[in-house]
Design a protein around this ligand. Structure first.
Ligand SMILES: Cc1cc2nc3c(=O)[nH]c(=O)nc-3n(C[C@H](O)[C@H](O)[C@H](O)COP(=O)(O)OP(=O)(O)OC[C@H]3O[C@@H](n4cnc5c(N)ncnc54)[C@H](O)[C@@H]3O)c2cc1C
Length: 440
């Protein structure tokens, strides 16, 4: 592509991560010309490895069946999640077998993914489908009112389109910044530190470890078997906590290793010395209040960031891509997305983000409910609610105004119940004289 070029196409997709590639594929398959701006072909460290139970169906729509991914060694089956406390107590969250039988027929397995290998396959598929990739960074937009005309890149090129999809991720949030869009935030700024190690005794499940004390804000370690013999190991804590430890002269690697050394499980990994130097990413859980306009849609983490412990980031990115591009395809003749389609998309996106982030903050991260009922129990409540609502969403596919309104009301109702439970616990005298604090 020449520097300073002026190119015209049907759709310009900004960002070629998961949300961008999925959006580009949906639009290309519908026959539209698609240019995807992506400066990085792929990073060597990509998160989003432990999927929830709704994601495999969405990958299948893109052409990646669960069995094929496992056979190709790109994924392993995930059949359960284990929450392991430092005192040795644990809870196993596993969908009941009866759900897999008629009339429910729910798939009880989901996946852990080797995200880099999957990304390479997705990108090849997109190139074969005729999507044009340009290794440039979007730096600005040209617009008339709220309608975009073109995206300008770091090379001075100008990409004109009828439609635009922003899938630039949370760090860039390209359109959010360009259009100064409002976001709702949940919880404090957090940081994920992660690496990979080879292990012999890997299991078909995600394991979460924590040594969080009663009055502390929750932090946790993940172990995800992304491929036979390879595990991804990560630590999530608040940005403030990492900053405190760094101020004591510790490197990120020191902080990471010290956290892992608290759990017997990682003794061997640390002793063997085969843990790669860690990657760090800070993030803020949030949701964009206006994620679409007359000829643009925001998808993936540029639109909403669900907390990683919810395992909902990949599902959300694929759902936004499917629903956002469907809105574009339904609006081709009209030339702009109608206000009622936009309201529905915004409602579903923000209510789902609010539900997952709000619930996990109340039930796990902050300590009012956790201290009263115990983390293993609040974990049970969270898993049951999140799993059923996610599944209901996949089954109902709330697309119309009525379905969207009913679904979003149910989500709000459940959040209100969690809020009420928290208020009641605050009002009731605390057991053993302990007064729960929101500590972070
Ligand atoms: C620590 C951590 C752990 C996680 N674990 C899980 C998990 O276990 N399960 C789960 O489901 N989800 C998880 N997630 C969330 C999940 O990784 C993401 O939601 C998912 O990958 C969606 O990515 P995306 O495509 O929206 O953004 P990204 O993958 O960030 O892609 C954005 C792309 O846009 C490109 N870009 C940026 N700016 C520009 C620009 N100006 N112009 C052009 N291109 C640009 C970038 O190069 C990048 O390739 C985790 C997130 C974090 C932070």
């Amino acid at each position: 592509m020449n520097s300073g070029a002026h190119i015209r196409t049907d759709v310009v997709v900004i960002g070629g991560g998961l949300a961008g590639l999925a959006s580009a594929m949906h639009l290309r398959r519908a026959g539209l010309g698609v240019i995807c701006l992506e400066p990085v072909e792929h990073s060597e460290r990509m998160v989003g490895e432990s999927l929830d139970w709704s994601a495999p169906e969405l990958f299948e729509q893109l052409g990646f069946a669960m069995e094929d991914l496992v056979e190709a060694g790109i994924a392993t089956y995930k059949r359960h999640v284990v929450l392991q406390l430092r005192d040795g107590s644990r809870a196993e969250y596993i969908p009941s077998e009866w759900l897999g039988k008629p009339p429910f027929n729910i798939e009880l397995r989901t996946l852990h993914l080797d995200r880099v290998r999957l990304h390479v396959e997705l990108r090849k598929m997109a190139e074969r489908a005729g999507i044009t990739f340009v290794g440039e960074t979007a730096t600005g937009v040209e617009r008339t009112g709220n309608r975009l005309r073109a995206v300008v890149t770091n090379s001075g090129s100008r990409y004109e389109g009828n439609w635009f999809v922003d899938a630039s991720g949370s760090a860039a949030s390209f359109l959010g910044r360009q259009l100064k869009l409002p976001y709702a935030e949940y919880g404090p700024k957090k940081v994920g530190i992660w690496s990979y190690a080879s292990v012999e005794d890997w299991q078909e499940g995600t394991t979460l470890y924590t040594d969080t004390q009663d009055d502390e804000y929750f932090s946790w370690v993940w172990e995800i078997p992304i491929a036979p013999g390879t595990v991804s190991i990560g630590y999530v804590t608040t940005g403030a906590n990492l900053k405190r430890q760094r101020a004591n002269g510790e490197s990120v690697d020191d902080v990471f290793r010290r956290q892992l050394s608290k759990f017997e499980r990682f003794e061997q990994v640390l002793a063997k010395g085969n843990l790669e130097p860690p990657e760090v990413r800070s993030f803020q859980c949030r949701a964009c209040k206006t994620a679409c306009g007359p000829n643009w849609v925001i998808a993936g983490e540029a639109a909403a960031v669900p907390d990683p412990i919810t395992g909902n980031g990949v599902t959300a990115a694929l759902r936004h891509a499917a629903e956002g591009t469907r809105m574009i395809l339904e609006s081709l003749t009209r030339g702009s997305i109608s206000w009622y389609r936009r309201i529905r998309y915004n409602m579903r996106l923000s209510h789902m983000a609010k539900f997952f982030n709000g619930l996990i903050e109340r039930l796990a991260y902050t300590c009012t409910l956790r201290n009263r009922f115990g983390l293993l129990k609040t974990g049970d409540v969270y898993t049951a609610l999140a799993w059923s609502m996610n599944h209901l969403y996949s089954r109902m596919r709330p697309g119309g105004m009525l379905g969207t309104a009913v679904f979003c009301t149910a989500l709000s109702g459940l959040r209100a119940l969690a809020w009420l439970a928290e208020q009641l616990v605050r009002l009731a005298p605390a057991r053993g004289g302990f007064v729960p604090q929101e500590a972070y």
